[in-house]
Design a protein around this ligand. Structure first.
Ligand code: UGA
Length: 437
């Protein structure tokens, strides 16, 4: 199939690369000339495991190319995917101006039948608006169908998620569009669910909200574990072994972050209110999530007494491991809060340092070039992201380098008993704190 993808961010780029990898001809479009130049020069502007290799392989095979022109993309493809940002507005609603602009631009260059597919996360009923907009600006009166095809990939394992999806959701009205979409996804051999457009759009917000709910659920349980002396990891294992519940997304921590959950939950709340059926449960999900960081900070303050002038190392800045994405990362908020309280914070992240240097919120922090350099002379270590590099570090060396061996583990990376044996004061989430044996 000949496919174009408008928007070469995380979703657009990974989708384009993987479509090309299963044999489609793909044109990735972006309105940022710097991004297109970077991609044309063979460089990948984001860190995502395996992505660079897939891009290089398919550019060499001439199945993947990059352009700044929507016209080039639309003219040379049967199916046009929209994968542009849908950022959050201050009131929690979604800014759909990028989608609207792209719809108008597509309409302006549409000369014959195309399937226009929305892959960006959008509020229910956006497909209707896209259809109206394209109809209005469709100068040549060309035929088209609008399809909703939400994306479920996770950053950090996006290529694997896209190549082996749990399901493909196709929201469409026309049989012809459904057939073409099925051809696009045939090579992925995944179950396909065909729905109306509104349902497909809703599936995305409902899925992300449910996953966030699961995280907030276990985080709320972690608070009860701390108060009662139970162990949240054991509780998560015990409830997760019930196949109706499942163990995934039951990892207690400092709360969910990233470019999706915080924004999508806020959007879903706003949409439900606009529709007159407020989804108040999700407000509690948000509250628990915010509370998790506050509780963690409180435990740091309680243990260190005063933060002013304390030397604190922070490992992990990205919102999750295996990505360089710092957007809405709880780790960044933590660093910023501790710096505001007068702590001398040194940060280290395996992939996030380049972007971290540009962040205003980290202006008061020092940057280390390795995990071990970060803990040199530290009076406490805060673990904010569960990178494998941290799990594999030699803790004896860490202890030697620190002035006082106190660790606050916001991701339950280590076993408390082992930490006590190694001589650490160790605080984690939803588990009793331990002191050196
Ligand atoms: C999420 C969804 O998982 C994807 O299915 C979806 O396609 C994507 O949003 C999107 O809408 O584009 P992503 O935000 O990339 O993916 O990453 P997740 O793995 O879902 O993690 C989100 C946050 O939840 C992270 O901060 C992570 O640390 C946290 N988390 C996750 C927990 O605190 N506990 C868990 O058990 C799982």
């Amino acid at each position: 199939m000949d496919i174009s993808i408008i928007g070469s961010g995380y979703v657009g780029l990974v989708t384009g690369a993987c479509f090309a990898d299963v044999g489609h001809n793909v044109i990735c479009v972006d309105n940022d000339p710097r991004r297109i130049e970077t991609l044309q020069a063979g460089k990948v502007p984001i860190y995502e495991p395996g992505l660079e290799e897939v891009i290089h392989r398919n550019v060499s095979a001439q199945r993947l190319r990059f352009t700044g022109s929507i016209q080039d993309g639309v003219e040379n493809s049967q199916i046009v995917f929209i994968a542009v940002p849908t950022p959050q507005q201050p009131d929690g609603s979604v800014d759909l101006s990028f989608i609207e602009k792209v719809a108008r631009e597509i309409a302006g260059v549409l000369t014959s039948y195309r399937v226009i597919v929305d892959k960006s996360t959008v509020p229910v009923k956006t497909g209707e608006k896209v259809r109206e907009s394209i109809k209005r600006y469709n100068r040549h009166g060309a035929e088209f169908d609008v399809v909703s095809n939400p994306e479920f990939l996770r950053e950090g394992c996006a290529v694997a998620d896209l190549m082996r999806p749990d399901r493909i959701v196709i929201g469409a009205q026309s049989e012809h569009a459904i057939d073409l979409m099925k051809k696009v996804y045939e090579p992925f051999m995944a179950p396909i669910l065909v729905t109306d457009i509104n349902s497909a759009e809703l599936i995305k917000h409902a899925a992300n909200s449910f996953l966030a709910l699961k995280i907030s659920y276990i985080n709320a349980v972690s608070a009860i574990c701390e108060a009662s002396g139970a162990d949240v990891e054991k509780v998560a294992d015990g409830i997760g072994m019930d196949r109706r519940i499942g163990r995934t997304f039951l990892n207690a921590g400092i709360g969910y972050g990233g470019s999706c959950f915080p924004k999508d939950i806020a959007a879903f709340i706003t949409i439900s209110e606009q529709l007159g059926v407020p989804f108040n449960l999700l407000k509690e999900v948000q509250r628990i999530n915010a509370d998790q960081k506050i509780r963690f900070l409180k435990s740091i303050r309680e243990a260190l007494w005063v933060l002013r002038d304390k030397k604190i190392a922070v490992w992990g800045l990205t919102f999750k491991p295996d990505t360089d994405d710092l957007r809405s990362s709880v780790a960044i908020e933590l660093v910023s809060d501790m710096v505001k309280e007068g702590a001398h914070v040194t940060v280290y992240d395996p992939k996030g340092m380049a972007k971290a240097h540009e962040m205003e919120a980290l202006a008061g922090a020092k940057f280390a070039s390795s995990a071990l350099e970060g803990v040199e002379g530290a009076e406490a270590l805060v673990i904010a992201t569960e990178w494998a590099e941290f799990a594999n570090v030699d803790l004896a060396i860490v202890k030697e380098k620190m002035t006082t061996p106190i660790i606050f583990d916001g991701r339950n990376l280590f076993n408390p008993e082992t930490m006590a044996k190694l001589g650490f004061h160790y605080y984690s989430i939803g588990r009793a704190s331990v002191t050196p044996h």
